[in-house]
Design a protein around this ligand. Structure first.
Ligand code: NDP
Ligand code: MG
Length: 385
């Protein structure tokens, strides 16, 4: 029987590439969700015939409702953040793939896990903001957390030999370095969103593309790796690998290193999350070593790229520190994309919110949302608007 997938955030960069994998694998689609792109969602409904869909933006939900009216076999329409949680929890899917952007994905991640679904996770913000709640729920409900993020998929792939995995001592988390690699603050201060949106190796949604330019993405991924693989942050080394061919590596007790390589194409890690523990067919081009010639390695410049330094401070503080860093970043990126703040302001704001509190200790889901609101308010208070 074909595997059934619920795909949250189906209209995004990961969402549409996930549907390429669904086509290639002949999977069935149980559920789809979008925030506002109803035209694309409608085309996806016509192609994949899901049983249920969710639209989180209220006006867009009205538009889709009108478009579906009177159609035979139309999917059940759910709405808003509560609808997204309901969709994630609905019986009928074998796996839920969460590719929503931002903390907006956290509630659905928890709902999928608590209803006993394996969770293929692209939405790294779920683990950054609520890592303790997400990993505890996954353990309690006996479900698998399957990383979609390319670096975490690479690490996961390198750790499939359970005997070796017991001897893991270090993770080498690779980073492309983004479009501004090698630049100093003086060169970065006037960078516009158009400059920052031009990523050298990956074609992604706007928020993660800005996060890649500031190195916030690598900070979020370091926190994501701590939760997924259980190593302390000081055992996770960031390695700049400009070509994005080595997607990450692991080091064992005997100093042997195993890396995962492949073309920079997200369909490979997406497919692995869905076919695991088996492997599917070629969904992306093979690596051409004759054309490749060189692989380069560098260190990340945390003095310049303050977001990365701030994320390290946040995970060292523990508790809600990473949630605060994430909330400030989401708000700052939004303001940067609206041309209201400069590129370097993003790092300044994220670092300031992390420095403003001790953050440690346990937390509930309500605490996470409170902290997120606080961090966003902090950004506005700092900027005076
Ligand atoms: P996109 O911006 O391309 O897509 C985001 C998706 O989430 C869209 O379907 C969007 O709907 C939906 N969405 C937006 N806001 C909300 C909301 N408030 N509530 C519910 N749904 C919402 O992002 P990406 O696909 O690039 O990234 C998705 C996630 O995957 C992020 O967490 C990112 O960090 C992670 N990731 C992405 C990679 C990539 O290559 N793109 C690589 C590794 C990880 P609509 O289109 O209708 O607005
Ligand atoms: Mg990544």
């Amino acid at each position: 029987m074909a595997k059934k997938i619920t795909l949250l955030g189906s209209t995004g960069s990961i969402g549409t590439q996930s549907l390429d994998v669904v086509r290639a694998q002949g999977y069935e689609v149980f559920g789809l969700s979008a925030h506002s792109h109803t035209d694309l969602l409608l085309r996806q409904i016509e192609e994949f015939h899901p049983r249920a869909v969710c639209v989180t933006d209220p006006a867009a939900a009205e538009t889709l409702d009108a478009a579906l009216a009177g159609r035979a076999g139309a999917p059940k329409l759910l709405r808003g953040p509560e609808g997204l949680r309901q969709l994630a929890a609905m019986d009928g899917a074998d796996v839920v793939l969460n590719s929503v952007v931002g903390i907006a994905g956290l509630g659905a991640s928890l709902a999928a896990i608590e209803s006993g679904h394996d969770l293929a996770l692209a939405n790294k913000e779920s683990l950054v903001t609520g890592g303790h709640l997400v990993t505890r729920a996954a353990a309690q409900h006996g479900v698998h957390l399957l990383p979609v993020d390319s670096e975490h998929s690479a690490i996961f792939q390198c750790l499939q030999d359970k005997e070796s995995a017991k001897s893991l001592v270090k993770i080498l988390l690779t980073a492309s370095g983004g479009p501004f690699f090698g630049m100093k603050a003086e060169q970065l201060k006037d960078k516009t969103k158009e400059d920052a949106l031009r990523h050298p190796n990956w074609n992604m949604g706007a928020k993660i593309t800005i996060d890649s330019a500031t190195l916030m993405n690598k900070g979020l991924e370091l926190i994501e790796a701590v939760w997924l693989f259980g190593l302390p942050p000081e055992k996770i080394q960031i390695v700049v690998q400009r070509q994005s061919i080595i997607h990450s590596a692991v080091q064992f007790s005997d100093n042997s290193v195993i890396a995962q390589m492949g073309a920079p194409d997200m369909r490979i890690p997406i497919q692995y999350a869905l076919t695991w523990p088996a492997r599917g067919g070629a969904v992306a081009p093979e690596l051409d070593f004759a054309a490749l010639k060189v692989l380069t390695f560098d260190t990340a410049d945390e003095e310049t790229f303050r977001c990365l330094a701030a994320c390290k401070k946040a995970i060292a503080k523990g508790g809600l520190g990473p949630c605060a860093a994430n909330g400030a970043n989401e708000e700052a990126v939004k303001l940067f994309l609206e041309d209201k703040i400069g590129f370097l302001d993003i790092g300044r704001l994220v670092e300031a919110v992390v420095d403003s509190d001790s953050y440690g200790g346990g937390y509930t889901l309500a605490d996470v949302y409170d902290c997120d609101r606080m961090a966003r308010a902090f950004v506005h208070a700092r900027l005076g608007f």
